[in-house]
Design a protein around this ligand. Structure first.
Ligand code: PLP
Length: 389
């Protein structure tokens, strides 16, 4: 990335935090396998265990509760398994309709055992409907076990979910709670989530660690995992076989440490995001900002302006040197209608126009000024063309 670029796409992937790259390079220069008993092996093991302590401190859990994975997707798929239960043949999975696809697809559950739960027009889980659905399942199944998965905050809109209220409800009925905290970890304090959920997913690259590493926190240590997703060697206490990616894990640890130390200044990001939104609406009073009336991540703004296509907008911003995402970009880069905005009841043409701006640890006032200036040019050009047509 050149110095002139302005990167406002932290929810897709954040730039590496200071020190993470150096830690990874140093780890890559070591030749040991963390399972070996010799000096080189012990060096790799030490890197991993130091990182485990830093990630655990970020989440306010004990290091023994952390299982390193290849990222958020693997941690989600690992978590969503009937294998946590003694009777794995009859387990139901409830997920909110706005989850990341790795949760929506049900992980290791059969599609017919997965039930999506509605959200309101701010994208927040409807707890009353959830209660009814859980009770209906308990009656129908004669008390068969179940899991519920809800994210701490949504990647597209930033809307925060009532994880604590859901956990109370689920635990009352004997269920297990999973929380995808990928967009929350390293951005804001999330102890209440960690205290409420039994299983929590983290991903390093969303807050300044490397891509391709993450963790599942097994907060409820009573849980046994009868059938690990990856079976083989006994790494990660048997929860996840395979030689550990010591370099990526070392980078994850450093990023977690820096993020934890900088957490007190996380409020600055909200100030910048709010300024950006004021500017956005000053220039385009007809724009809609999604989930603005509910509790949101401080770094995220998802908006649409009538008649403007997301694809065109993204290209126009990119030409201005500004990296943003469509609210609905899928992994192939194609822009599809967002399942999140659809679940919120947003009309198809508005949902297709949605753009996501996500700020982060290195965003400055200058970035916000650049966004405002670019948005003025893009919006005015669009209005002129519309009048001419
Ligand atoms: N969960 C959420 C909410 C995400 O935003 C993402 C990434 O976009 C993931 C899970 C997947 O994480 P990873 O990219 O580490 O597989």
């Amino acid at each position: 990335m050149t110095a002139e670029r302005c990167y406002l796409d932290h929810n897709a992937s954040a730039p590496l935090r200071p020190g993470a790259l150096e830690a990874m390079i140093a780890a890559l220069c070591g030749s040991g396998n963390a399972s070996s008993v010799h000096h080189e092996g012990r060096q790799a093991r030490a890197l991993i265990e130091t990182a485990r302590e830093e990630v655990a401190a970020l989440a306010a859990v004990r290091p023994a509760q952390i299982v390193f994975t290849s990222g958020g997707t693997e941690a989600n798929v690992m978590a969503l398994s009937p294998a946590w239960f003694a009777r794995p043949d009859r387990v139901r999975l409830f997920v909110s309709a706005v989850e990341h696809p790795s949760v929506l697809n049900g992980g290791q559950f059969a599609p017919e055992d997965v039930e999506a739960l509605p959200v309101d027009d701010h994208g927040v889980l409807d707890v009353d409907t959830t209660r009814e659905r859980i009770h209906r399942w308990r009656v129908m199944s004669n008390g068969a076990p179940f899991m519920a998965s809800v994210m701490a905050a949504n990647n597209e809109t930033g809307a925060m979910q009532p994880v604590e209220a859901l956990a109370v409800l689920v635990h009352e009925c004997g269920g297990v709670v999973h929380c995808d905290a990928v967009q929350t970890a390293g951005k804001i304090a999330f102890e209440p989530v960690v205290r409420s959920a039994d299983l929590i997913t983290l991903s390093a690259h969303k807050f300044g660690g490397p891509k391709g590493t993450g963790a599942l926190i097994i907060a409820d240590e009573q849980l046994g995992y009868a059938r690990p997703l990856l079976r083989g060697g006994g790494q990660e206490r048997g929860f996840r076989a395979g030689t550990e990616n010591a370099a990526a894990i070392a980078g994850f640890g450093v990023a977690a440490g820096v993020a934890a130390r900088e957490m007190p200044s996380a409020g600055q990001v909200a100030v910048l995001r709010d300024r950006l939104e004021e500017e956005l609406l000053r220039i385009a009073p007809d724009a809609t900002i999604f989930a603005r009336e509910t509790q949101r991540l401080p770094n995220t703004s998802c908006f649409a302006a009538p008649g403007m296509q997301a694809e065109t907008l993204l290209m126009a911003f990119d030409l201005e040197g500004i990296a943003l995402s469509a609210g609905s970009a899928c992994s192939s880069g194609k822009i599809e209608r967002s399942h999140v905005l659809t679940a919120m009841g947003v009309e198809a043409d508005v949902a297709r126009a949605a753009i996501r701006v996500s700020l982060g640890w290195n965003t400055t006032e200058t970035d916000i000024d650049r966004f405002g200036a670019a948005w003025t040019r893009i919006y005015n050009t669009f209005q002129e063309r519309r009048r001419a047509a």
